[in-house]
Write a new protein. Structure first.
Length: 447
């Protein structure tokens, strides 16, 4: 008796086929509606429908690309009418990116096992959640949970997605474009006001970003733009990205952030080591050096006074934090409770730096808030991630971009010595995008 082959002509369509059919039907429906709205001259609805078409056509590039583009503009996306001072449009774009990434990855059967480093990051976040049970001020600890969990979930969604080369190319391009536009706006604002604002930043009115954190959001676009100078084909493409490197680098210098300047130096050092002292590395360095010609006197004064001001009082804060480890070095003071631990040991510093101060150092804050196990998880996650970077291959253009992501990782770690970046979107974005870049590089090497 012949056997029945259910995988032959009578096999049911796959999930991916149904996804394509539904997407095509939705595109046709939206296209018809778009034509009607253009005739009716309802331009707001036309713009919304165009956005919907782009979302259905290229969902990953649109949602993740929009998120990375808006990262430097976070302070300008504050929703005034929303409750809470930190409610921003970027927060909801991140939630939408998480939802679309998970749904698209599941329906398209494109979810993969996350890398090993994701396990350590997950353990770190889990330990931070558990620390709320013994926190000095539980209200502060619980207030931190929504942000930390949301960043962790988006990170997991991105690193678990089998991203394609074309998709990731658009994401990296939008990262550079977002950094370039933010940098250009910042430079324009700075010189339009005649240096009256003191330090370069971005924002309007009370929503102006902290110059140090704004500079940190430009580190990844700066590294990626520099990489395109080496990897780009054709003099026109290289010239465009060289100009972009100059604009972004100038904006970083105008923030006069000493931590960001140290991070840029680290990025340059990684390029020099990985590219084996390639002469092309000197091109972005020369462009960044030329940016010093446009720096006001305040820039050089801040660089000179770093020692005299005890790094703007950070040395005294760090000293108090180190003393507080006597009580909180084992299990920690709880998430977001460094300021409470600082209050109890404020008298141990040589100079009083004020009440309820932040750590201005992600390694010290992690040690105080989460104890020995917390700092172990953080170091393990960073170490596992950095060890996963493949060696550069000069025959692959994407290899130079891998160097850019590695340089950005080192840069954000250096910036973390003087900034509280641990629960900032840019910190987690760099680790997520670099993990995606490693996946793309390995697939390209296997071909």
């Amino acid at each position: 008796m012949p056997s029945t082959n259910f995988r032959g002509a009578y096999a049911l369509p796959s999930t991916e086929t149904w996804t394509q059919v539904l997407s095509l039907a939705a595109l046709l429906a939206v296209a018809c509606a778009l034509g009607w709205m253009i005739v009716s001259q309802n331009w707001i609805i036309v713009a919304a429908l165009l956005g919907l078409i782009c979302l259905l056509w290229r969902p990953i590039e649109v949602v993740v690309g929009l998120y990375v583009f808006l990262i430097p503009f976070e302070s300008m996306t504050t929703l005034v009418d929303s409750p809470g001072p930190t409610a921003t449009l970027l927060r909801y774009v991140g939630f939408f990116a998480l939802l679309v990434t998970l749904c698209y990855g599941w329906l398209g059967e494109r979810l993969r096992r996350p890398p090993k480093s994701a396990l350590y990051w997950s353990l770190f976040v889990l330990w931070s959640v558990l620390s709320t049970q013994w926190a000095i001020d539980p209200k502060l600890a619980f207030r931190r949970l929504p942000t930390s969990i949301a960043l962790w979930l988006l990170y997991l969604a991105l690193v678990s997605l089998k991203v394609r080369v074309r998709e990731f190319s658009w994401i990296t391009l939008l990262t550079v474009i977002g950094g370039f536009c933010a940098a250009l706006f910042s430079i324009y604002t700075f010189f339009r006001t005649g240096d009256a604002i003191g330090r370069g930043s971005i924002g309007q009115g009370t929503s102006e970003a902290d110059p140090n954190f704004f500079a940190a959001t430009l580190l990844l676009p700066l590294a990626l733009a520099s990489a395109e100078v080496f990897a780009g084909r054709g003099w026109l493409r290289r010239t465009v990205f060289l100009a972009g490197t100059g604009v972004i680098g100038t904006a970083v210098l105008l923030t006069m952030s000493r931590g960001a300047l140290a991070a840029v130096m680290m990025i340059t050092l990684v390029f020099l080591i990985r590219m084996r002292l390639n002469w092309r590395v000197l091109l972005p360095v020369v462009v960044l050096g030329a940016g010093l010609l446009f720096m006001p006197r305040l820039f050089f004064e801040r660089m000179h006074e770093a020692t005299n001001s005890r790094v703007s009082g950070r040395e005294d804060i760090w000293l108090v934090g180190l003393h507080s480890l006597k009580s909180y070095g084992a299990f920690g003071a709880g998430a977001d409770n460094f300021s409470r631990a600082y209050e109890r040991y404020a008298g141990t510093a040589l100079f009083f730096a004020g009440d309820q101060r932040d750590a201005h150092n992600i390694y010290l804050s992690t040690s105080v808030e989460f104890g020995a196990l917390g700092i172990v998880f953080l170091i393990a996650a960073v170490r596992s991630h950095l060890r996963s970077f493949p060696k550069p291959d000069r025959y692959l253009p994407s290899s130079t971009r891998i160097v850019a992501f590695e340089a950005a990782c080192w840069g954000i770690l250096v910036a973390g010595f003087s900034l509280d970046l641990l629960w900032r979107k840019v910190f987690w974005l760099i680790w997520a995008l670099s993990a995606m870049a490693i996946q793309v590089q390995r697939e390209a090497s296997a071909l």
